[in-house]
Unconditional design. Structure first.
Length: 414
């Protein structure tokens, strides 16, 4: 019985194999990827100076936006997959044929050279972030700059404004204009600055958006890729959404911390608010020591007034000044209090619930602000110092101005 069963099973196996050999001798059974391909897909290949976004429809037609070799292109086309082979054609004349690999809902790859494994991998975008990026964002973390703050404003008309320190240009920019386009999670930004002379004017970012991603509100992270000596370096910047119109009335803020960038200056030591400083090697920690010692804060009793409080030798002092608010620009009219002192311009930004106030100060405002601070402190400790004497104030201003060639100061208050 056992032998009979064994031979019966063997015979069935042989017959089954013969039957399969006769009936299964046909082309590879095609899996229909048409439904899996529908949606928005983005690709960034920094080694090839290439980035592309595909918006693919159910009929295989697609809208194509990309950058290759420093040139932007926008076209339409078709994509078709058969037997794991892809046929990709753009209406501008470019077409490719190669191997297709896919992880449904995540990625697909187009492989054009099996020997070199020449592939372009596209990531699926669950959401289109074109509307989400519109607004004003302040940088809270950057892998390129240890300290410093920058502000990005993305307008609905496709124009972008940047204020802050540019590490790859080693300079500060105020409201520098550019244009941008977002497809899915891919941002293509065209720079108009002379800083990009001789290089591609396009910067490519992969975006990640987290609504209410922090205690301060929405978080937008852009990641870019730079090729240096054949090595791809990934850098990212995280930003929180801030208001484009300030809500100051009734708010009170105290100093929290300070960030510095783009600091250059004289190696001559000067007396700066009771401390000896050399701006040639000044860093944020030394300035923070000065700021914390003053324990200063701002209160806004109404839309046109600020009360500025600081401590000197354990004694609290308060100055109430008129202010002029224009969008995110605040001018402290210090000269209305003491005509010899300098008016100071800040750029201010509040987070979603007004719990933080970011102040951005560039070189001229920095010099004016600390000229006033030094003059006020000098008058408090030296009865012979005449704070109403313009010549005395100008002497302080000129000393600080000569010592500070460039500086960008970011103050965070809570």
């Amino acid at each position: 019985m056992k032998n009979f069963k064994f031979w019966t099973m063997a015979l069935l196996a042989v017959l089954g194999f013969a039957s399969c050999s006769e009936e299964c001798n046909h082309d590879f059974i095609e899996y229909d990827h048409s439904k899996d391909l529908v949606g928005t897909w983005t690709c960034i290949e920094p080694e090839n100076e290439f980035a592309e976004a595909l918006v693919i429809k159910a009929d295989g037609t697609m809208e194509v936006t990309g950058v290759a070799n420093g040139e932007l292109y926008e076209t339409t086309g078709t994509i078709r997959v058969k037997n794991n082979k892809v046929f990709y054609k753009q209406d501008n004349g470019d077409e490719f044929e190669g191997r297709f690999e896919m992880v449904a809902g995540e990625t697909f790859s187009l492989v054009f050279d099996d020997e070199l494994d020449m592939r372009f991998t596209y990531h699926y975008c669950k959401n289109d972030l074109a509307d989400e990026v519109v607004g004003m964002w302040v940088c809270t973390h950057s892998t390129l700059v240890d300290e410093g703050m920058s502000i990005n404003t993305y307008q609905a008309d496709g124009k972008a404004l940047f204020t802050g320190f540019v590490p790859w240009g080693n300079c500060y920019m105020m409201n520098a204009e550019s244009t941008y386009k977002v497809i899915g999670d891919l941002m293509i930004q065209k720079l108009t600055s002379d800083l990009v002379e001789g290089t591609s004017p396009y910067m490519i970012f992969r975006l990640d958006y987290a609504p209410d991603g922090s205690e301060y509100g929405d978080v937008l992270t852009n990641t870019s890729y730079i090729v240096d000596g054949g090595e791809v370096i990934e850098s990212s910047v995280s930003m929180i959404r801030v208001k484009q119109n300030l809500n100051l009335v009734g708010k009170k803020y105290s100093y929290n911390n300070v960030y510095l960038s783009n600091v250059e200056g004289s190696d001559k030591e000067i007396n700066f608010m009771g401390y000896k400083f050399t701006f040639a090697d000044m860093d944020g920690s030394r300035l923070e020591m000065v700021m914390k010692s003053a324990l200063f804060g701002f209160e806004f009793p109404d839309a046109n007034t600020v009360s500025y409080t600081y401590q000197l030798n354990g004694i609290s002092e308060t100055y109430t000044l008129p202010i002029v608010v224009e969008g995110n620009k605040i001018t402290f009219k210090v000269s209305a209090k003491v005509p010899s002192l300098k008016d100071v311009v800040f750029y201010a930004f509040q987070d979603a619930d007004d719990s933080q106030l970011h102040l951005y100060i560039h070189q001229s405002s920095f010099v004016s602000f600390f000229t006033n601070m030094q003059a006020i402190m000098a008058a408090a400790v030296d009865p012979a110092f005449d704070i109403t004497n313009p010549a005395a104030i100008d002497a302080i201003y000129n000393e600080i101005d000569a010592a500070v060639e460039s500086i960008n100061l970011s103050v965070v208050m809570k």
